[in-house]
Design a binder for this molecule. Structure first.
Ligand SMILES: CC(C)(COP(=O)(O)OP(=O)(O)OC[C@H]1O[C@@H](n2cnc3c(N)ncnc32)[C@H](O)[C@@H]1OP(=O)(O)O)[C@@H](O)C(=O)NCCC(=O)NCCS
Length: 169
């Protein structure tokens, strides 16, 4: 997560859309580039094209793009009255320019339009700055969960769960 670039400088030339099947391979490359920060904690790539396709069977990817190509993404999945959000990633050179916020706002609008009452997400525990990032966007910590047993970890990990209410009641 870089704080060095000037906020909004690049994000204003970006358009948002839902990913299509033609985006599967560029999306896998983008996610792996963004999630390189997790390599001290987890073995291997974050995802491959098959994994992206599996996500697309259950939900959708919102992607941000500009003329060089895909710049960011977030996965959104409707789970009854709640929305699940994951794989928020911004191409490393464009981090810190407002794209993460833009994608999170678009995801929130998607869930509001689907009448979700709340949004849930999870963070791997060694990623210390991320709870503060999501708290800045209105999310609060709600608990923890055990890590997926099939993920090859390099250090002990659990999930930190965070949520944001969208409607009263
Ligand atoms: C996390 C990530 C998506 C953020 O995207 P980004 O484009 O760099 O973030 P933005 O520039 O849009 O920042 C959004 C806001 O968060 C703030 N912020 C950034 N890091 C923060 C931190 N550690 N604590 C509090 N606020 C933070 C910014 O100042 C900005 O505030 P503002 O909009 O009120 O001015 C990006 O760093 C990334 O792709 N990281 C690697 C993948 C990853 O870790 N994904 C999340 C997995 S759960």
């Amino acid at each position: 997560m870089s704080a060095s670039a000037s906020p909004g400088a690049e994000a204003k030339n970006i358009s948002l859309r839902f990913a299509q099947s033609v985006d599967v391979e560029p999306l896998a490359r983008l996610i792996n580039a963004a999630f390189i920060e997790e390599q001290p904690f987890i073995e291997g790539d974050r995802i491959d094209p098959r994994g992206v396709r599996a996500y697309m069977e259950k939900g959708k990817f919102l992607v941000a793009e500009d003329s060089p190509g895909l710049a960011g993404c977030v996965y959104v999945e409707l789970r009854g009255e709640r929305g699940y959000l994951g794989l928020l990633g911004v191409e490393p050179r464009r981090q810190g320019t407002g794209l993460g916020r833009k994608l999170m706002e678009a995801a929130e609008n998607y869930f509001r339009a689907a009448h979700c009452r709340a949004i849930d997400l999870r963070i791997i525990s060694p990623r210390r700055p991320l709870p503060a990032f999501y708290a800045h966007l209105g999310y609060t910590e709600t608990g923890t969960a055990p890590f997926a047993p099939d993920v090859p970890v390099k250090v002990p990990c659990h999930y930190v769960l965070m949520s944001k209410q969208l409607h009263d009641g």
